[in-house]
Design a protein around this ligand. Structure first.
Ligand code: PEP
Ligand code: MN
Length: 371
């Protein structure tokens, strides 16, 4: 059960103290407190864990300082959607809103290689009205002899160039806790010209110790990729790990499942799960068409499979698109064969716009039927 307190109920208030006294006397119940520091107000939620079945919802609703009590199902206590759930389905980071009703495109380099390529990418994004990108500095590679990413050495120029071209959020994968510290330090040294969304890749979806560490910090939001060989439920539980440690600014990423059933695509595209994740949880949902499809193949109509599956995800209500671009794909050190070119960026964005408009019309149509 969750007790959502009235906004701005402080720990020193009489109501809060009386509430705590009452909760402390409940048998077999542990409490966990979560505070959300908003721009305008502080919101406090108290999680009651344990034997909550005997508790009466109306009684709990009436406790001092409580605005509303919500009974939660066992799964995804924090990120899940529960009955009569009034909690937000969005968060704001560095001036950008991430919600189940917004759409942000993160086009960029799979792996940072040279400052020139980073600058060309950032400039193309600015020229096309984009404020988000993806930039890989730490690359998890199947082969130990493959390029592993420039790591912390590239961070200063990546962040400075992002600032120069008005990029507000960079999705960047981390595979170790030290990477979070390196990103924090480089942002500080460069004067915070941009923001970072920490990405946890599909190989680390169930790296619980990494999840706990990334979940314990609240400075950066997190993009958690779905595990490529586990159930959706297991991946959603991984997201809940982040939230249970304190960070609920989590975007859930679909990136295809590893199976030969999906051949010749690199992974079996799973974007039909966009509405499922939105129904089960309050997380915005990201799709990664590049790592799903893995090639620049196209159909006889001339449309690249990457563009088609992007449209499928967006038509289904996706909230974020993470997609590989490169100014010179043949020179890319990682995943060149699946990268779109800068010349294709305006075309790609227009295709996304068409799909989004279709989604918005579909959603209005459904509302009309249901009212
Ligand atoms: C990536 O986005 O660069 C990446 C490695 O993705 P995934 O973890 O989905 O394979
Ligand atoms: Mn890649």
């Amino acid at each position: 059960m969750i007790l959502i307190l009235k906004p701005d109920t402080t720990k020193s208030s009489a109501d809060y103290k009386r509430l705590m006294e009452y909760l402390a006397n409940l048998p077999n119940i542990q409490i966990r407190i979560h505070e959300e520091q908003g721009v305008q107000q502080t919101l406090t939620e108290i999680y009651l864990i344990g034997d909550t079945a005997p508790l009466n919802l109306n009684d709990m609703d009436g406790l001092p300082g409580v605005e509303r009590a919500v009974r939660v199902s066992e799964a995804y206590r924090i990120l899940g959607r529960h009955k009569v759930d009034v909690r937000a389905t969005h968060f704001d980071y560095n001036g950008v809103r991430f919600g189940q009703d917004t759409l942000n495109v993160f086009a960029g380099l799979c792996a940072v290689d040279t400052p020139e390529h980073v600058e060309l990418m950032m400039k193309a994004l600015r020229d096309n009205g984009q404020v988000c990108t993806r930039m890989g500095a730490y690359k998890p590679r199947s082969n130990p002899y493959s390029f592993q990413g420039h790591g912390k050495n590239c961070l200063p120029y990546v962040f400075e160039l992002a600032g120069k071209y008005g990029i507000k959020v960079i999705a960047m994968e981390v595979t170790h806790e030290s990477h979070v510290e390196e990103i924090r330090e480089a942002l500080k040294q460069t004067g915070h010209p941009t923001g970072v969304m920490l990405q946890i890749g599909t190989r680390n979806t169930q790296n619980f110790e990494l999840l706990k560490i990334v979940g314990r910090q609240k400075e950066f939001p997190v993009l958690l990729k779905r595990g490529f060989g586990i159930t959706l439920e297991e991946s959603l539980n991984a997201a809940e790990y982040l939230a249970s440690e304190g960070n609920r600014n989590v975007v859930f990423g679909l990136r295809g499942m590893k199976t030969n059933v999906g051949d010749p695509h690199r992974n079996f595209v799973d974007f039909s799960h966009v509405p499922v994740v939105k129904r089960l949880t309050r997380m915005p949902v990201c799709i990664d068409p590049s790592h799903s499809v893995g090639s620049r193949d196209s159909a006889p109509d001339g449309i690249l499979d990457i563009v088609t599956v992007t449209a499928q995800g967006v038509v289904a209500g996706a909230n974020m698109v993470l997609v590989d671009f490169h100014p010179a794909p043949h020179k890319a050190l990682v995943d060149g064969p699946q990268a779109l070119t800068l010349e294709e960026l305006p075309y790609f964005l227009e295709d996304v716009r068409i799909a989004r408009e279709a989604y918005e019309k579909r959603s209005l149509l459904a509302k009309r039927l249901n009212t």
